[in-house]
Design a protein around this ligand. Structure first.
Ligand code: 15L
Length: 268
């Protein structure tokens, strides 16, 4: 792929991983951006910028074909930090994409956009959002923002509701949520290259037997996960949630129980 692809969050865990793995896959014209420059090699093109700054965002999206948007606060934070760094920054990015005629956006959504669904409910790409945190709410916003820009301005998008993307699974919850680096790279690649996407919701999960998600839409688009949590010895996994009865009920785990003041029984 010779077209220019911008990776936001390129100094972060997953943005950084994708900045490297897409290059390995043959992406020749990658540009990374982040608030800080970290783990960026000399041969990688990188621009230091803040997505909250619209002018800077407009500048860096010039001539870009696709954006892989992974630049955000990746966990729960204050309402104001999430509003600025995840919601306003993402809105700026889409608006800059519209002005600069960017064709596609791959959005790092999260399982926390649907975290208040019970673990006994099997979800698919039509399932309602059910954010479990300010963070999850910002991901739900990003999904709807990208739907709006697809419908209104024909900017194609793929939202990946990422489960737990780590080098190797570590916790019992990952039996349902884990995705490997290479499977996530494959999904992002599909989002950039697939001929007939409009606005897609897919689940960022490897081929896990205990998954809570029916990922048929990703499979229709050609996703063939190569990894599975089931190949690991789960007896070695931690049981971080096991002291938290509420976390065990809902897909978002401990994100649901943090600062909880609601009524568990009414969350059906
Ligand atoms: C996420 O969205 C977070 O970015 C990550 O830190 C994990 O908490 C992950 O979800 C998860 O649910 O395991």
């Amino acid at each position: 792929m010779n077209k220019k692809v911008l990776v936001t969050g390129a100094s972060g865990h997953l943005g950084g991983m994708l900045f490297r793995s897409l290059a390995d896959l043959g992406y020749k014209n990658l540009l990374g951006t982040d608030l800080k420059k970290k783990n960026i090699k000399k041969n990688q093109k990188f621009v230091l910028a803040n997505l909250k700054n619209f002018k800077a965002t407009l500048k860096m999206t010039k001539g870009v074909y696709a954006i892989v948007h992974f630049g955000a606060i990746p966990i729960e934070d204050t309402q104001s930090n999430i509003l600025q760094n995840n919601i306003i920054a993402t809105y700026n990015l889409f608006e800059a994409a519209r002005i600069n005629k960017v064709r596609r956006v791959i959005f790092a959504s999260s399982n926390h956009a649907i975290g208040f669904h019970r673990r006994t409910t099997r979800l698919n790409h039509f399932s309602n959002q059910r954010p479990d945190s300010h963070y999850g709410l910002s991901k739900a916003f990003g999904e709807e923002l990208s739907r709006f820009y697809a419908d209104k301005f024909n900017i194609k998008s793929m939202c990946i509701r990422i489960g737990s993307c780590l080098k190797t699974p570590e916790d019992k919850r990952h039996l349902s949520t884990w995705i490997s680096y290479s499977d996530l790279t494959q999904l992002v690649d599909i989002g950039i290259k697939h001929k007939s996407i409009h606005h897609e919701i897919v689940y960022g999960a490897s081929k896990n037997k205990k998954s809570w998600w029916n990922n048929s839409r990703a499979y229709q688009l050609g996703y063939k996960p190569k990894d599975s949590v089931d190949r690991f010895d789960s007896r070695l996994f931690s049981k971080n949630e096991y002291k938290d009865n509420m976390a065990l009920l809902f897909q978002g785990g401990v994100f649901t129980s943090a600062n909880f003041k609601g009524n568990i029984k009414s969350i059906k």
